[in-house]
Each structure stands twice: as C-alpha cells, then as structure tokens.
Design a protein around this ligand. Structure first.
Ligand SMILES: NC(=O)c1ccc[n+]([C@@H]2O[C@H](COP(=O)([O-])OP(=O)(O)OC[C@H]3O[C@@H](n4cnc5c(N)ncnc54)[C@H](O)[C@@H]3O)[C@@H](O)[C@H]2O)c1
Length: 318
C-alpha cells in the first residue's frame, strides 16, 4: 500500500456493489466517467455488469482478503455499502457482527492507513423509537436491533479513526430505500416485503401496526446523495440523513404496491401481526442537512419510484 497524495477522485471502490444501493452507486459513478472497483461476495446481490471501467473483486469483507483486493487497486475513495441485512440480524447475530462490525472495520482500517476517504452507509435504524416529527441527526440514538447497534458502532469507529489517523469519513443514515435490485424476500425492505407477498396472492401480513410511518426513498435518489457525498469535502466528518422526507404509513404502502402490480387495493386482505423487536413506530427523516451539504433534492414520488421498479423488473425478466 502506498500513501495517496492527490485529492482528485478518479476511481472509487464500492463494497456491496452487487446489491440494491451499491449497484445504483456503481451505475451513477460510471455515468460520471469514474472508474469503479466493485467488491461483493454475492451472498445477496446479483448485479454484475461488466465494462471497461468496472473491475469486479469477489471478496468477503469479513475476511482479510478484502484488504488485498483494495491493495490491488488503490481507489481514490471508498463507498462502503456491503452489509448483513437488518431483517435477519436478531436471528443471525454472529453473522451480523462479523460482517457489519468486523467487516466494516477491515474497510475502515484500510482507508485510514491509506488516507482514502470513505462514505459509510449507516441506517435510520440507529434512531429506533422517536417521537413524531421528522428526525434530525441530533436525535439521541436508540438502536433496537443488533444491526442498528453495529451501525452505531461503525459510526463511532469512524470518529475515532478520524481522530487517530486523520481518516476522512462521511456517514449517511439511509432511510427505507426501495428499487428493483432487492430480490423478492420477506425480510428485506418494507416495499420489497409487501411486493413479494402481493405477487403471491391477495393476502398481506404486516409484522407490526399498519399505522407505522416510514420514509421511502427510491434507490436512484439514494445513490445521488451517496455519489454527491463522495465528491463533497464539506460533508467529511458529518452524519447526514438520506431520505425523501415524506411519511407513508404501512396501509398506504400496501395500497401503492398493489396498484403498481395492477391489483385492486380494496381486494387485498391485510393481517396485522405482532411487530418485530427493534422496529420503530415512526421513521421519517429531516433532510435539511442533506439539502444544505449535498445539494440533495429527491426526485421520485412513491408512485414514480414503484413504476420504475416495475419497469426494471419486467425488463430484467424479458
Ligand atoms: N435498503 C435500505 O432500505 C437501507 C436502509 C438503510 C441502510 N441501508 C444500508 O445500505 C447498504 C446497502 O443496502 P442494500 O439495500 O443495497 O442491501 P443489499 O443486500 O441489496 O446489498 C448489500 C450487498 O452486500 C453484499 N454483502 C453482504 N455481505 C457481504 C460480505 N461479507 N462481503 C462482501 N459483500 C457482502 C451482498 O451480496 C449485497 O450485494 C447496507 O449497508 C445497508 O445496511 C439500506
């Protein structure tokens, strides 16, 4: 490893590049003429576009091999998206800590030692239960599941590595992001979970109250905020919410998903079951800081995002 002297960012390593958000970040960077080093172990994601400006490294961030992958390319910046999913974290706590805490530390330490700036995808889950009202970055964290505890640990790892090594970091607390890149599942992403059930019939189970409110953001908007953070020096050392700033309750999300699938929302039978540990009632972002620091303006309404998601899924199936 050699220390980098130039602050210009011409190549970016993206961990979790095969997943929903990582793949959108890669596409956005490639569209800007940035070289991409795409790192993933394909445990969940499957996007694998080839091209002259993208190099794939099949690597597990929880293993020392990921440092070798980074050493081979010496990227000018890193976007760290790879993660064990929050929806599985309380059932698979060891895997969660291995990937989300230890694996993240492997990425951060490499960035610290090589003086490479890093953008880390934290999560709205760190806020846990908060009173109504858009949640601002200064709210006290109440992480209620192992995944969220690992995200808070990572935020603090970065602060300490920043003080110790001069690491330049940016933390983005991402709210509920949806798009075509999540495989159908019943544990990952509220929109994905509802679409997956609706594709199988006219019955939807809501694990938790239908009145829960979520901030849904389309993946292209999330990716724009992330790429902007890569190139924005004034965002270094800051924790920034990335959401749409719009509240949607679970009933309306189910209705919008039903419509996107061409189904009659009134014909859907909705069953409310007890909620999951660590799943808050209210999770909606105040995005004032993202607007100020990243010039962030989300473009997609829920209807527009769902329509694009359906188009991309049908293109992929054709
Ligand atoms: N999607 C959301 O709603 C949301 C909300 C808040 C935060 N986030 C965060 O954003 C990031 C990306 O989320 P996403 O929705 O794209 O998830 P995703 O599951 O679609 O993508 C994660 C990728 O990481 C890869 N991965 C998992 N473990 C790995 C390992 N050990 N080594 C290498 N690669 C590994 C997976 O194969 C997958 O491609 C994550 O850090 C997540 O915690 C997502």
């Amino acid at each position: 490893m050699t220390k980098k002297m130039s602050p210009a960012i011409k190549s970016v390593a993206v961990t979790g590049a095969a997943g929903l958000i990582g793949s959108a970040v890669c596409r956005s960077l490639l569209a800007r003429g940035v070289k991409v080093i795409a790192i993933d172990n394909f445990s969940i994601g499957s996007w694998n576009q080839e091209g002259a400006d993208i190099t794939w490294e099949k690597s597990n961030i929880a293993h020392p091999e990921v440092r070798e992958a980074l050493d081979r390319h010496l990227p000018d910046a890193v976007v760290h998206c790879a993660a064990h999913p929050g929806g599985k974290s309380n059932d698979e706590p060891i895997e969660d800590v291995e990937v989300n805490a230890l694996g993240s530390m492997r990425i951060f330490q490499w960035c610290a030692e090589s003086k490479t700036p890093v953008v880390f995808l934290s999560s709205s889950a760190v806020y846990g239960d908060q009173p109504q009202g858009p949640i601002n970055e200064s709210a006290e964290a109440h992480p209620g599941k192992i995944y969220a505890i690992c995200k808070i640990a990572c935020e603090r790892f970065l602060k300490t590595l920043g003080e110790h090594y001069g690491l330049k970091w940016t933390v983005l607390r991402v709210f509920a992001t949806y798009g075509a890149g999540h495989k159908p599942s019943t544990f990952q992403g509220v929109v994905n979970v509802m679409l997956t059930q609706l594709m199988q019939g006219e019955r939807v189970v809501s694990k938790g109250l239908l009145s829960r409110e979520r901030d849904l953001i389309y993946v292209n908007d999330t990716a724009e905020a992330i790429v902007s953070a890569v190139f924005t020096d004034k965002a270094r050392g800051r924790i920034i919410n990335v959401g749409s700033g719009v509240a949607s309750d679970i009933s309306s999300i189910i209705g919008a998903c039903a419509k996107a699938l061409g189904k009659n929302p009134d014909a859907i039978k909705i069953v409310e079951e007890p909620g999951l540990v660590g799943d808050p009632l209210y999770s909606v972002a105040d995005i004032t800081l993202a607007r100020e620091l990243l010039n962030f303006k989300p473009k997609f309404t829920l209807e527009q995002g769902l329509s694009e998601l359906m188009q991309r899924r049908s293109q992929a199936a054709a």
